[in-house]
Design a binder for this molecule. Structure first.
Ligand code: TXA
Ligand code: MG
Length: 344
């Protein structure tokens, strides 16, 4: 397949290009588009064939459901059974990096939801995504635009590495602002179950709903026979080629360990900016300031992809804190590391 590459800096001025993207989607084709979290691999969420094409392009098992992207929170009404708590969440966090799991209506085929009776709804804030969905007039089903098992793409170059030749069009809308996928919650009575931490933190959710429970699989490895609340939790994710080891311990001990390792092995290091001066330059991947979790989130997937291009036989990174945005970093990194944590 010949993939068309376009760049959209100003969605208002470039409405013609967006109309072209919308017509590809309307015809059942696939378009990769930017969002504030990561790039999405989009198809018409109301069409069976589009979902099948998405799974094929991604190399993804078809029981892993897709998120449907709507232009306005109230559009969810047509595709899902909403309630008062959904609208409270929408008022606080939409458009933005939040996905809510709701009971599915028949307007969304089972192929889009991986056979589930629920559907994941998200209203992205990125102006290109927003305008594209609005022009389509139907919701866009979109997983992250990476090949299954690779880190989610946060720029068009990473999308092209994975999706060139597999989709009809790739829209370059610049670097993703957040860099990690959306927070996913399931409404459970008058409470919320956090299925995937992201840009909307637990603390922020708690301001809207007093009862927020973190699903076990967010922090822990699932047992062999355990059935996850979200199918995506059971798949291996974001796995770099070399093994990733997460380090914890006193700052000075971790730094001393890294210095010794640089002399001993070929390693790549996802380090804090402050550590750059004390480490050898080779295979060093700065992820942001020690306390700047936002920058760390924005750079993580980029750094993991870069780590894969080095000759490193092992990759080291810091174990993130488990509070605030740290929880989202922790969740992604612990899975990329297959839960390998080393205390130094
Ligand atoms: O930020 C994001 O959410 C990005 C952008 C493109 O919007 N999308 C994204 O999609 O990360 P994906 O497919 O890579 O991850 C969606 C996750 C999967 O782990 C899937 O299992 C879960 O959402 N999910 C989708 N529908 C679900 C449902 N009905 N019940 C439980 N989990 C669901
Ligand atoms: Mg994904």
């Amino acid at each position: 397949m010949n993939t068309q590459h376009i760049k959209i800096d100003d969605p208002q001025a470039q409405e013609g290009e967006l109309l072209q993207a919308a017509s590809i989607l309307r015809a059942g084709g696939l378009v990769v588009f930017p969002t504030e979290t990561v790039y999405g691999l989009g198809g018409d969420a109301t069409r069976d064939e589009a979902a099948k094409k998405i799974y094929a392009a991604k190399g993804r098992p078809s029981d892993n459901p897709l998120i449907i992207h709507v232009a306005n929170p109230a559009d969810a009404e047509r595709y899902a059974v909403t309630n008062e708590l959904y609208y409270r969440l929408a008022k606080a966090f939409m458009p933005g990096p939040l996905t809510v799991i709701l009971p599915r209506r028949d307007t969304i085929p089972l192929s889009t939801t991986g056979g589930l009776d629920s559907v994941a709804v998200r209203c992205p804030s990125h102006p290109v995504a927003h305008r594209l969905i609005a022009l389509c007039g139907f919701p866009i089903a979109a997983p992250s635009a990476n090949l299954s098992g690779k880190p989610s793409p946060t720029c068009a170059a990473h999308v092209a590495q994975d999706m060139d030749g597999r989709v009809d069009m790739i829209i370059d809308g610049g670097e993703s602002e957040i860099g990690l996928e959306s927070t996913i919650v399931k409404i459970d009575g008058d409470g919320l179950i956090l299925l995937r931490p992201g840009g909307i933190t637990c603390d922020a959710l708690s301001m809207v709903c007093a009862n927020v429970r973190v699903a076990d699989a967010v922090l822990h490895r699932l047992a062999e026979n355990e059935r996850p609340l979200s199918p995506g939790m059971k798949y291996r994710h974001y796995a770099p080629t070399a093994p990733l080891v997460l380090l914890t311990g006193k700052d000075e001990d971790v730094l001393a360990f890294l210095q010794a390792e640089q002399n001993r092995t070929r390693c790549a290091i996802l380090c804090y900016d402050e550590e750059c001066g004390a480490l050898k330059h080779e295979n060093l991947l700065p992820v942001g300031g020690r306390n700047d979790l936002q920058t760390q989130a924005r750079r993580l997937f980029h750094a993991l992809r870069d780590a894969d291009t080095t000759d490193a036989e092992i990759i080291y990174a810091h174990l993130p804190p488990m509070n605030g945005l740290g929880l989202a970093l922790y969740n992604r990194m612990i899975r990329a590391a297959a839960h390998t944590v080393r205390e130094v």
